[in-house]
Design a protein around this ligand. Structure first.
Ligand SMILES: Cc1ncc(COP(=O)(O)O)c(C=O)c1O
Length: 436
């Protein structure tokens, strides 16, 4: 077998992984196949991205056609029709008002792009006092310097702390951790008041110095933290009261994961900008996008004396293969009504995951749409060890789960069948009991 030495794997304990590697060699529908020929049920949609299931023929064929027809087209001063078509398709399913689109290649790039659009917008209006970005504790916004600055995960910031963006030191508190919300089903009822922390930041810094607030509608990477009822509505109202833009980072919550096209749709709260990636192409080709209120785009263009209005973009913005994959993906989502399917499966999913209450070391269970977080009590002196062992045991037993420390995160493709939900839960239960 090829040596594993040269490759440095992202967000992975490399030495431990290379002692016991898990190699995937093929995928179809709900299943991966590993290098030993085992079939592995995908309970994580890859990395929260394969929402329509793996290697779907319409998407595969669209990518193959694009690769053979127009392998690449520059995005600066040139364009190709599919990029415009995709922008239209995205605005058509986005909440009303989000009418302009900028393409990127990942969630991290979408976040950094959104922060830059906010800065360009305020600059265009001559509102240069608005420099501060407010994130949230336990927020994950990718790994660019912008994203880790507004992000709220200490491990991702510690080594880089001396070089974070300026004016990003104020974070909202996490919505997670209220004892009343333990084992809440879907949205917890307590905690809308946590949005009021924005008023405290306003009191210290002045509302007119805050450029934007960025949050995930439901925090995914930090361990499935579901927003309390009324929280996002309150945050929107407070932002409006102070002229602050609101960014929803929908890299995970977009494309049906919560049983609606976007988290914004699910919660009925419309942000000024929305960052997307992952499910936009069903994970098949890297791509991201920023959707924004038309007024933001127009202000930047109107302020320009001519020439380039926004000095930003990527060699692969709107790549032809990514656009082809995304259009085919949106067709599959629409034709199979997968966002509705996720909503219809959600009650059975909720019942199935909450049935794990009472299993060894389970200290909380959370769910929304087709997502669940199962929090385990960390082993004394070895945080994360239990999670890693459960993940390895489930993989051995033929189910791919994801863990963040000691929190299990489940997010199967939206094509999951009820029997497969039962299988996922049975395998997690068995692993919890066996490792107790
Ligand atoms: C909310 C959110 N934002 C941004 C990102 C970063 O996306 P990427 O890994 O594509 O850069 C992620 C990735 O999980 C995410 O969950």
């Amino acid at each position: 077998m090829t040596s594993l030495d040269a490759l440095w794997l992202p967000f992975t304990p490399n030495r431990a992984f290379k002692r016991a590697p898990r190699l995937l060699v093929a995928a179809e529908g709900m299943y991966y196949r590993d290098a030993d020929g085992n079939s592995v049920l995908d309970a994580t949609s890859g990395l929260w991205c394969v929402n329509a299931g793996h290697c779907r023929p319409p998407i595969v064929q669209a990518i193959q056609r694009a690769a053979a027809t127009l392998d690449y087209a520059p995005g600066f001063n040139m364009a190709h029709p599919a990029a415009f078509e995709l922008a239209d398709r995205l605005t058509a399913i986005a909440p009303a008002g989000l009418e302009r689109v900028f393409f990127t290649n990942s969630g991290s790039e979408s976040v950094d792009t959104a922060l830059k659009i906010v800065m360009a917008y305020h600059a265009a209006r001559g509102d240069t006092k608005r420099r501060r970005f407010v994130g949230r504790v336990r927020g994950y916004h990718g790994v660019g310097f912008g994203g880790i600055s507004v992000g709220g995960l200490e491990n991702n910031r510690r080594v880089f702390a001396s070089h974070l963006l300026p004016h990003t030191d104020a974070h909202l508190p996490t919505t997670h951790g209220l004892p009343e919300n333990l084992f809440a089903h879907a949205q917890p009822t307590h905690g809308a008041h946590l949005a009021d922390a924005l008023e405290e930041i306003v009191a210290i810094h002045g509302g007119d110095t805050i450029a934007a607030v960025i949050v995930e509608p439901m925090a995914g990477s930090a361990g499935v933290l579901v927003p309390p009822v009324g929280y996002l509505e309150r945050l929107r109202a407070l932002c409006d009261a102070h002229g602050i833009l609101l960014i929803f980072d929908e890299v995970i919550t977009g494309f049906g994961r919560l049983g609606a096209a976007f988290g914004a749709t699910r919660f009925g709260v419309t942000p000024d900008l929305m960052t997307l990636a992952k499910g936009i192409t069903n994970g098949a080709v890297p791509m991201g996008a920023v959707l924004m209120q038309r007024a933001l785009h127009d202000a930047v263009l109107d302020a320009s004396a001519g020439g380039i209005e926004f000095f930003h973009g990527y060699t692969y913005s709107g790549h032809p293969l990514a656009c082809a994959a995304a259009i085919a993906t949106l067709d599959v989502y629409r034709d199979e009504q997968l966002f509705d399917r996720a909503a219809q499966l959600a009650p059975a999913w909720e019942a199935a995951v909450h049935a794990l209450r009472g299993e060894p070391h389970v200290i909380d269970i959370r769910n929304l749409g087709l997502v669940a977080g199962i929090e385990l009590e960390p082993r004394v002196g070895a945080p994360g060890a239990r999670g890693a062992e459960i993940m390895a045991a489930c993989f051995q037993a033929g189910v791919l789960i994801r863990v963040t420390g000691d929190i299990i995160a489940l997010s199967p493709p939206l094509i999951v069948e009820p029997a497969q939900i039962e299988q996922i839960i049975a395998v997690v239960r068995e692993a919890l009991r066996r490792l107790a």
